[in-house]
Design a protein. Structure first.
Length: 529
């Protein structure tokens, strides 16, 4: 009796046929996946104590996710036989714009700008008619160029005419103090401070925890959550503490603070209420940055399609222009987010989903990568526009003669690239919590292009898939991780990227030749039969 029934034979034949087709259609993907697994196995055997640490795996996943988003974007352009060298500069521009749009300033509620400091007359001059100060108010002068910070009491307020730097007379208010400023000046600020009538240190030792509180003289109902109070002592300096909540009690303001007052805090300290001023809501800032990124992609596509410029030239110019704009926007100064968004937007880039507190967790950017990768794969493989893009990369003229609007598809590809680069740039900025415009995002375009080519995207266009790009990104980041853990000089990182890119192009050429030979042989056999 034959142990293999006809049904079993048919099933095995079907499985073999399926595997053969998959290997033929996804040979590059299987090859790069095998390389990735080999690298993981090698590092698990050589440096298991470092590579298998949860922190290292989390970092590897996070870096793969961030660079993978860039790789998906550049894959759209490469598939249409284009190239985008401006990705790194767009990452920098997106980070700088996000930092600018979401910048937070803190100013005292009752602050006024000083235009003249008169040491001999024990007074300061404020432009305009100001009625927020009166005799008996306690004020702090600060921020002068020559005069030192000063805490004093207002003795008299008088409207005057003041001659400004241009020689014209303007209305002003002279505020006389009970103490003389240390020097004459033409700059600074004047703000009221208020006595602290009571305070309570934080208590976290008992059954019921209680936060630190201070009680300010007067009604300060304008204070809100995330505002601050500046606590000032004539000799001990100052400290700024965020506000958790406030309540009004018998004409005084009880302020609950986010952090402890400190052991040196006494009743001699005074407080200045500080308002938190955020330039834009988070949603508006993120949306505006994304719109700008998409607009730049649209510009790239129009320059390529309408003016007939080479993608290499357009995006190389973009690389230089966007870097220069970024540096000019922020005066070449490092921009940061501080701790303003630690519990909101920054958590999207820095946070992770944990199974148990303090244990291994999957970084949130990895989930973003999976979502974007899924959407991109569906678009390329399951929509008519994705098929148009792949056809465009294989043969532009044939695709155009088929009735496809090739210009529109090209513009769409560049918009997808810059849009994803913008998303990646914002995540990179939030992850590092700072942006240095001179170096942020440098050579990121090479990481993205190398990952895409390594993952099966042909620089000639018409070929490539999202899964291969993601695996290629993982290989690139694993190689970088190996350089660090194996103790190899980090100066070789760029050399590794260059070699990987070169090997990817060589493999692409060899693969095309092998496929062409097999196709020619198959056609010859059919012709002979």
């Amino acid at each position: 009796m034959n142990p293999k029934s006809p049904n079993t034979t048919t099933l095995l034949s079907s499985v073999r046929t399926f595997c053969s087709l998959q290997l033929q259609g996804n040979a590059k993907v299987f090859g790069i996946a095998a390389l990735l697994l080999s690298l993981w196995l090698f590092m698990s055997l050589t440096v298991p104590g470092s590579f298998l640490l949860s922190n290292n795996i989390e970092n590897l996943l996070r870096r793969t996710a961030l660079f993978g988003i860039l790789g998906i974007g550049v894959a759209f352009v490469i598939i249409t036989s284009g190239i985008d060298l401006s990705i790194g500069s767009i990452v920098c521009l997106a980070g700088c714009l996000l930092a600018l749009f979401l910048a937070v300033d803190y100013e005292p509620f009752d602050v006024q700008s000083v235009v003249d400091v008169r040491a001999t007359e024990q007074s300061v001059v404020i432009a305009g008619r100001v009625d927020s100060f009166k005799a008996g108010d306690q004020v702090r002068y600060f921020g002068g160029r020559r005069a030192r910070n000063l805490m004093a009491t207002v003795t008299e307020v008088e409207p005057i005419s003041f001659r400004d730097e241009s020689g014209g007379n303007i209305e002003a208010t002279e505020i006389r103090l009970d103490q003389a400023p240390s020097n004459n000046d033409t700059y600074g600020k004047l703000a009221k401070f208020y006595a602290i009538t009571a305070f309570q240190h934080a208590n976290d030792t008992g059954e019921v925890e209680s936060p630190a509180t201070i009680t300010l003289a007067g009604d300060h109902s304008q204070l809100a959550f995330r505002d601050q109070v500046t606590l000032v002592h004539p000799k001990s300096g100052l400290k700024q503490i965020s506000v958790q909540e406030i309540s009004i009690n018998r004409g005084e303001t009880v302020v609950t603070l986010k952090t402890e007052l400190g052991s040196k805090f006494t009743a001699d300290w005074v407080a200045i209420p500080i308002e938190r001023r955020q330039r834009m809501p988070i949603a508006a800032g993120v949306t505006l940055v994304l719109v700008i990124g998409l607009g730049l992609g649209c510009l790239h596509g129009l320059l390529v399609t309408k003016l007939g410029l080479q993608p290499f030239v357009v995006t190389l110019c973009g690389l230089l222009v966007y870097r220069g704009i970024s540096r000019r926007l922020v005066n070449d100064q490092v921009q940061g987010f501080g701790n303003e968004y630690n519990e909101s937007l920054s958590a999207l880039a820095q946070g992770k989903w944990e199974w148990a507190e303090g244990g291994f967790g999957v970084p949130y950017p990895f989930f973003i990568l999976i979502f974007l990768g899924f959407c991109a794969a569906v678009f390329l493989n399951r929509t008519v526009w994705g098929r148009y893009m792949q056809a465009l990369g294989r043969n532009v003229e044939a695709t155009r003669y088929s009735g496809v609007n090739t210009d529109r598809m090209t513009v769409l590809a560049y918009m997808a690239c810059t849009g994803l680069a913008t998303i990646g740039g914002m995540l990179f900025a939030l992850d590092s919590n700072s942006v240095s415009p001179s170096s942020f995002g440098s050579f990121f375009e090479l990481h993205a292009i190398a990952a895409a080519v390594l993952g099966g995207c042909s620089l000639r266009g018409g070929e490539g898939g999202i899964l291969g790009v993601l695996i290629g990104t993982a290989v690139m980041q694993t190689l970088n991780n190996m350089i660090v853990l194996e103790g190899i000089s980090d100066t070789l990182e760029d050399a590794v990227i260059g070699l990987v890119l070169l090997l990817g192009v060589i493999a692409d050429v060899l693969f095309k030749r092998i496929v062409a030979r097999r196709r020619a042989r198959a056609e010859a056999r059919r012709a002979a039969s």
